[in-house]
Design a protein around this ligand. Structure first.
Ligand SMILES: *Cc1c(COP(=O)(O)O)cnc(C)c1O
Length: 381
């Protein structure tokens, strides 16, 4: 075992001001959704260029509400990439629609837009792309395609809070954008998510869908016309989110610094495939939620699981983002199988997420690089 402290692959940074703020909320007597939620929504809306923003208790809830908001259900198709988190495919199935997966670009690991165009049918209602790892999808090409076919766009921006495309923040333009504040993301509210929409009417509809579908009657009793969920964010979480949002630019700058250090220290034999560094001329638009090289498994005598075990034994945690969605039991029922999406399957089989969080220092990055190089050198086939 290593003498050095264990390095997980992700860890939130919560400051004392935020902790004191949470204690104040707890003492205030109002701990469920209330004034802190309103303040958090206003601060987020300002961050996203004034667009209407509503918070929920997860991004997964945000994806479900977004699909409901678009009126998507049985008989409809939604296109998503097979290289994303289960939540995207799950929510498409949950509202009764058909998930239509397409492969990713092997460089950016984002939805391949030419495959997406070929997958459009008369039943297609929406495209649900993921900004993988914080690197935006080509927003010009995405929205050209969506406009041409009159499709809604639900951006899964769970990993992309603070990312931008040609200088415009993700969430500050487009159709519907969904963010996550899970502890592994670039900012957290413990659990939580946000939905950015285009009009006050849509924002009102989100409020109804996130809280039982309840609307007021003139006689002050309540009515329900749609089966809404219970997705409201508590004030305790909103207070954490406010403290985090205030530091988001600082957090993302630190992530970019650590990633730059990863690129400058990285040297392995056999070589790995490193992640895309960001759109050329616009590299600062990448918010770097994760640093995930692809292992050269064909040139190693060990599996990825064994590689991860050896890293763990040396005090370094790793993750897998993500398993190919189409090969999960749920989605195989729609007819997907091995070989459907070669880029996604290659990434899914060989990707490994390495430590990247704001309280790391450059020495930690050097330690990870040296340990990976050591393990790969030991296990050359
Ligand atoms: C984390 C994540 C989600 C889910 O976010 P929650 O807030 O945990 O529901 C969805 N999509 C992607 C791409 C994610 O990384």
């Amino acid at each position: 075992m290593s003498e050095l402290p264990f390095l997980p692959f992700a860890r939130p940074e919560i400051d004392e001001t935020t902790i004191a703020g949470v204690a104040e909320v707890l003492r205030s007597g109002w701990i469920a959704s209330g004034p802190k939620v309103l303040a958090f929504e206003q601060a987020l809306s300002a961050y996203f260029g004034g667009r209407p923003t509503r918070v929920l208790n997860s991004a997964t809830a945000g994806l479900e509400v977004a699909l409901q908001l678009c009126g998507i259900g049985p008989g409809d198709e939604v296109i998503s990439s097979a290289q994303t988190f289960f939540a995207a495919g799950n929510m498409i199935v949950k509202v009764g629609a058909k998930p239509v997966f397409v492969d990713v670009d092997p460089g950016t690991r984002n939805l391949d837009l030419s495959s997406c165009a070929r997958a459009i049918t008369p039943a297609t209602r929406a495209i649900m792309p993921t900004h993988f790892g914080g690197l935006p999808v080509d927003m010009d090409a995405l929205y050209d395609l969506a406009r041409h076919h009159r499709l809604r766009v639900i951006e899964d921006a769970a990993l992309a809070v603070g990312s931008s495309w040609r200088g415009q923040r993700i969430g500050s333009f487009g159709d519907i954008t969904v963010f996550s504040f899970h502890p592994n993301k670039n900012m957290t509210s413990i659990e939580g998510g946000a939905l950015v929409v285009s009009t006050p009417e849509e924002a009102r509809e989100v409020e109804i869908l996130r809280f039982h579908g309840i609307t007021p009657r003139p006689d002050k009793t309540r009515d329900v016309a749609v089966p809404g969920g219970k997705f409201n964010l508590p004030d305790v979480n909103a207070r954490v989110g406010l403290g985090q949002l205030a530091r988001l630019e600082e957090f993302n700058a630190k992530r970019r610094l650590l990633v730059a250090h990863y690129f400058s220290c990285w040297s392995t034999d056999p070589p790995c495939e490193l992640p895309h560094r960001g759109h050329s001329g616009d590299e600062s638009g990448h918010s770097w939620n994760m640093f995930a090289p692809l292992l050269p498994l064909a040139r190693l005598s060990i599996s990825r699981a064994e590689f991860r075990a050896r890293m763990q034994a040396r005090g370094i945690g790793t993750g897998v983002s993500y398993e190919p969605l189409h090969l999960a039991t749920l989605f195989r029922q729609f007819g997907y199988r091995e070989g459907d999406f070669p880029h996604c399957e290659h990434i899914g089989a060989s990707t490994v997420t390495l430590p990247l969080f704001t309280t790391m220092n450059e020495g930690d990055v050097e330690r990870v690089c040296a340990t990976v190089a050591q393990v790969l050198a030991e296990c050359r086939a």
